[in-house]
Design a protein around this ligand. Structure first.
Ligand code: ADP
Ligand code: ZN
Ligand code: ZN
Length: 743
């Protein structure tokens, strides 16, 4: 029984930096838990105020005689904050870092902001007149005006943010139409329904058999108070979003709220409007463009019960709803669900932890589930629900796998294979659209042979070696290095080098080969400007270009009905990043890219160009065969003891002085090694993927064990050592469990 409690006073102010310690009176020692709200004396006058328990301990940090006692546990229903604090404690335990870092992750910090006026855009003229204007604008090719009018004719009113951010119509266009008397910007109607009532009614679709089966399974559990985690494995277009909405509306009927996580890049105008049309003003969205103040406002609306549904990326998980019934994670395999800053939590695991605390259900949806989740589903830890067919029963696109080695041998040195060129020609003649996709995840400099496809790998880790500027090839998992080779060890050819081809270069090649085509390019450069991303997508959707060239940004959830050809230029670029998830990523990217073709009435084709036509992730993606991919991938993970078979903990140590970094990393390794934990795999220190950034040296230790809890206890051990020896000055130590984003 703990004797002392560390308490945070008044969480709404920015006093998260400091906790205060109190004695726990004997009569409360049984019942007090982390996260509870309590009354404590505070300050000189001894007035009592509310605080939250963030930690229970037996160690007094101060002179015990000076510690005051907790007065009482607050009686009222469990406050929202208390379960978020409990969740913060869970995050700290599972991912490392300080309690303050965890608290700042889960609790929005109050900001002094001017409350922004909420605005909606609506038609100021009758439907008939609006249709006439639309026809005029179409003639003049005023695309933005056309886009706005079409949307307003369809939906009546639109939230201002949706118009400017998602529909990508600029303020000046809206203003111009306002001056012409065509539209009106209404303010104040803040939380009113932005969508016409009858529209809401019309929207109901009747679910098909597999949709019904999935939603009935979840709801019948839900209605019996059984809350599990469900994995909804459904091909793109199988109607998953429709199932989510069905579940949400049932959850609302029970007076509970829902959180929907969607990766920001996949949260498109179309998807967003489907939620608005069905649920009107009971929906709110979070995105990274919101200021801290705007975020806080959204969170406040949730807390006050003004909304039932929060949609957003990772951080929307911490919406302070008082009575959560359902958490949905769409595209659950996405790497963006893992935080890239401390605490490096995974939204999926954290969602499940939050749901357990409050008795909510979790639905994970994906066309290409993560290996982790699928493995859990097969073991019965999650409930597996399958939707194997597209709603429209449209066939999945036909895939051609092209061997780039053969192209080279037969004299074609272009990055565009002959098959791809032929099909592109055909599409351009038929005025259909084409997407060319360059898989860029592999740009970290692996070395491969263009003649035979051989890739130089680490002899110990089965991941590609990375070419560093010093002319050495290095393994980021174990530190192995060797000099760069000039001849292929397999076939002896001298066509061996680090693969270099950016989207810009490809744009040049395509323009030269097809001078008649108009080309759009989407990559980090062209999307730098605010809205660049949405702009390019809507231009392409409006058929302002024949060909869209891009990186993985273009493969996410957009519907371009006129696209009938997708070319993947070098499918295996992502196979050789120094990451055990490389095959999984490749499979997911290829499957998604292929899914872009043939969404409309015309059937689609995909050309997958690769140096590894027989690699299982290429073959299974071309056949859209998830099961076979999963089986082969699990074999590989088993053989090399990678997650989900074993678990992995990466300890990152970084500072300006390389010597200090190495010394501390070695010390940490020593502490772990001394425990002599059976079967613990421990290597390092090795260089991090980027070994030096801004003169900060980065080293990593790798730990692997079958049991996640063992890794947590090793993390605790190292944290304890660091806390007790707080003299490491500027050396940073971070923990990353089952890393997703490299390190
Ligand atoms: P997913 O989320 O699995 O990609 P969606 O829910 O977006 O699939 O559905 C794909 C398309 O099919 C959407 O245009 C959607 O409106 C439509 N759709 C979904 N379910 C039905 C249904 N039961 N009846 C008719 N159309 C449907
Ligand atoms: Zn070779
Ligand atoms: Zn290695």
């Amino acid at each position: 029984m703990a004797k002392y409690a560390n308490i945070i006073i008044d969480i709404s102010h920015e006093k998260l930096d400091r906790t205060f310690q109190y004695k726990i009176p004997e009569q409360l020692q049984q019942s007090l838990t982390v996260g509870m709200q309590v009354l404590v004396p505070f300050g000189k006058g001894g007035r009592t105020i509310k605080g939250y328990v963030v930690e229970l301990t037996d160690m007094a940090e101060y002179d015990v005689s000076k510690l005051k006692s907790i007065v009482a546990i607050c009686e009222n229903s469990v406050p929202i904050e208390s379960h978020l604090i409990a969740l913060a404690a869970w995050i700290k335990k599972n991912y490392g870092g300080t309690m303050n870092q965890a608290l700042k992750t889960v609790i929005p910090i109050k900001q002094k902001t001017v409350r922004k006026e909420k605005r909606t855009v609506c038609l100021n003229i009758g439907m008939e007149e609006a249709k006439e204007k639309l026809a005029q604008f179409k003639k003049k090719h005023s695309v933005a005006r056309v886009r706005l009018l079409e949307a307003l004719l369809r939906d009546g009113e639109l939230p201002y943010e949706v118009v400017t951010q998602k529909l990508n119509v600029t303020l000046s266009v809206v203003r111009a139409l306002e001056q012409l008397g065509i539209v009106k910007i209404k303010s104040e109607e803040i939380y009113r329904n932005p969508v016409k009532e009858q529209e809401k009614e019309q929207y109901r679709l009747s679910l098909n058999e597999s949709q019904k089966e999935a939603s009935n399974t979840i709801l019948s559990d839900f209605n019996q108070g059984i809350h599990k985690t469900y994995l909804l494995h459904g091909v793109t277009g199988s109607g998953k979003t429709e199932v989510y909405m069905e579940l949400i509306s049932e959850v609302i009927k029970k007076g509970k709220q829902s959180i929907v996580l969607i990766p920001e890049i996949a949260l498109t105008y179309q998807t967003l409007m489907r939620f608005y049309r069905r649920f009107g003003d009971r929906v709110s969205i979070l995105n990274s463009r919101l200021s801290a103040g705007e975020r806080y406002d959204q969170m406040l609306r949730a807390k006050r019960g003004e909304i039932d549904i929060m949609i957003g990326p990772r951080s929307a998980l911490f919406t302070p709803f008082s009575n959560i019934g359902l958490i949905i994670i769409d595209e659950e395999h996405e790497a963006s669900y893992k935080s890239e800053t401390v605490p490096r939590y995974h939204a999926r695991e954290t969602a499940i932890a939050r749901a357990k605390m409050v008795g909510a259900s979790v639905v994970l949806g994906s066309a290409t589930p993560s290996v982790e989740s699928y493995e859990k589903a097969l073991r019965g830890e999650y409930v597996l629900l399958q939707m194997p067919e597209r709603i429209t029963k449209k066939p999945l696109p036909k895939a051609h796998v092209v061997d780039l080695r053969t192209e080279l041998k037969e004299g074609n040195r272009s990055i565009l294979s002959r098959k791809l060129q032929e099909l592109m020609e055909e599409r351009l003649q038929r005025k259909e659209q084409i997407m060319l996709f360059l898989n860029r995840r592999g740009m970290s400099g692996f070395v491969s042979c263009r003649l035979c496809g051989h890739v130089i790998k680490c002899p110990h880790c089965d991941v590609a070696l990375s070419l560093h500027n010093n002319g050495k090839m290095v393994c980021h998992y174990c530190g192995y290095e060797q000099s760069v080779v000039t001849r292929c060890p397999q076939c002896g050819s001298s066509y061996i080098s680090a693969f270099k081809a950016g989207t810009q270069k490809i744009e040049m090649i395509v323009k030269k080969r097809f001078p008649q085509a108009s080309v759009l390019r989407m990559d980090a450069d062209t999307t730098k400007k605010k809205d660049g991303y949405e702009k390019i997508l809507s231009a392409f959707a409006n058929r302002e270009a024949d060909i869209l060239i891009g990186t993985q940004m273009i493969v996410k959830g957009h519907d371009f009905p006129n696209v009938t050809l997708v070319g993947v230029l070098a499918a295996d670029l992502s196979l050789y990043v120094s990451d055990y998830r490389a095959s999984e990523r490749t499979f997911q990217l290829l499957t998604q890219a292929a899914g872009r073709a043939g969404r409309g009435d015309k059937p689609g084709e995909v050309v997958i160009q690769t140096y590894q036509p027989n690699h299982y992730s290429v073959v299974t993606a071309a056949n859209q065969d998830y099961e076979t991919f999963f089986k082969q991938e699990m074999e590989y993970r088993k053989m090399l003891c990678y997650p989900p078979v074993w678990h992995m903990l990466v300890v990152l140590v970084a500072a300006k002085e390389e010597g200090c970094v190495i010394a501390l990393a070695k010390q940490l390794k020593q502490i772990v090694a001394e425990k002599k934990v059976p079967d613990l795999f421990l290597v390092g220190p090795a260089n991090a993927a980027i070994a030096r950034v801004n003169d900060i040296y980065k080293k990593v230790l790798y730990l692997k064990h079958e049991n996640y809890e063992v890794l947590i206890s090793m993390k605790d051990l190292m944290e304890q050592f660091l806390n007790e020896n707080g003299k490491f000055g500027d050396i940073m130590v971070q923990f990353d469990f089952n890393p997703m984003n490299g390190f």
